[in-house]
Design a protein around this ligand. Structure first.
Ligand code: CP
Length: 305
């Protein structure tokens, strides 16, 4: 297994490491009791709220026979509230655990943490920056439906400006696959120029379209929530929120074999009335987070024995 010191951004992965990770995730999924890291401790340090990422990381570590120490609201209940720097916290936690899953509200926080840590740091989301483990489980899920990936049209819908999941997924899809990406966003939430420039450099085709057109053209529709917590001015949030919804009326527009994904949590982007439609795979996507994170923990800890 290739060695990583830390997982900070999705560009760290190449075709070989993606394949190794996904193969291992398949094996873990099929034989969850065969893999273990007994005696190892994961610290989950979350300065922003989370359901899926924190609990699936913790579930992954516990399923591997390891243990978890955790601060679920580090902004309030860690010594951050007394003024301790992230760097000092990480130096201390490095002596308590074998791996850190870190979610922080600032772009670049995971990189800063990694620079002072002598144990692996995994970026579990850094503000509007990146969410690499989400992108890995997203790609793993897409490949489980479309093993080739090449040739797919992938629509990304919603908060593309602050959405770390779509940024990280663009880095993976744009680099390794001949996909076409369609961006659908309110004017204030359009995908940032750095990602568009990156896709251009990778010769990855992208365009910005209206929602209904994107629904009918896409093999994979990746819905996202407009993130109220990222807006300084609530009038801007109100302008962007609740513009796009998939519901019963949208279903006839969507290809028969398409998949609808969402990193969750959702607000009104996907009406629960259509959850039973076989194209809606967001709960399976969330479940895949456990297999991918188990594989990633194994990869990081085995590479650092
Ligand atoms: N997808 C995701 O990051 O969800 P949480 O914020 O609940 O972790």
């Amino acid at each position: 297994m290739s060695k990583f010191d830390h997982v900070i951004e999705s560009q760290q992965f190449n075709e070989d490491t993606l394949k190794e990770l996904f193969d291992l995730a398949d094996e873990v999924k099929n034989n969850p009791t065969r893999y273990s890291t007994p005696g190892k401790i994961m610290a989950s340090l979350f300065y922003e709220p989370s359901t899926r990422t924190r609990l699936s990381f913790e579930s992954a570590m516990l399923r591997l026979g390891g243990s978890v120490i955790s601060t679920e609201n580090a902004k309030e209940f860690s010594s951050f509230s007394k003024g301790e720097s992230l760097e000092d916290s990480i130096k201390v936690i490095s002596g308590y655990a074998d791996i850190i899953a870190l979610r922080h509200f600032e772009i670049g926080a995971a990189k800063r943490a990694a620079s002072v840590s002598n144990i692996p740091v995994v970026n579990a989301g850094d503000g509007a920056g990146q969410h690499p483990t989400q992108a890995l489980l997203d790609l793993y899920t897409i490949q489980s439906y479309f093993p080739q990936v090449d040739g797919l049209t992938v629509a990304m819908v919603g908060d593309l400006r602050y959405g770390r999941t779509t940024r990280s997924l663009c880095y993976l899809l744009g680099r390794f696959f001949k996909v076409k990406i369609i961006f659908v966003a309110p004017p204030i939430c359009r995908m940032a120029d750095d990602i568009k420039g990156y896709l251009d450099k990778q010769s990855c085709t992208w365009e910005e379209l209206e929602f209904e057109e994107a629904l009918s053209l896409s093999d994979c529709i990746y819905m996202t929530r407009v993130q109220k917590e990222r807006f300084l001015h609530m009038e801007n949030y109100e302008k962007a929120a609740n513009k796009y919804q998939i519901n019963k009326d949208s279903l006839p527009l969507i290809n028969k074999n398409a998949i609808i994904m969402h990193p969750l949590p959702r607000l009104k982007e996907i009406n629960p009335e259509i959850d039973e439609d076989p194209r809606m795979i967001y709960f399976e996507q969330a479940q895949n987070g456990v297999w991918i994170r188990m594989a990633l923990i194994l990869m990081l800890l085995n590479g650092n024995n």
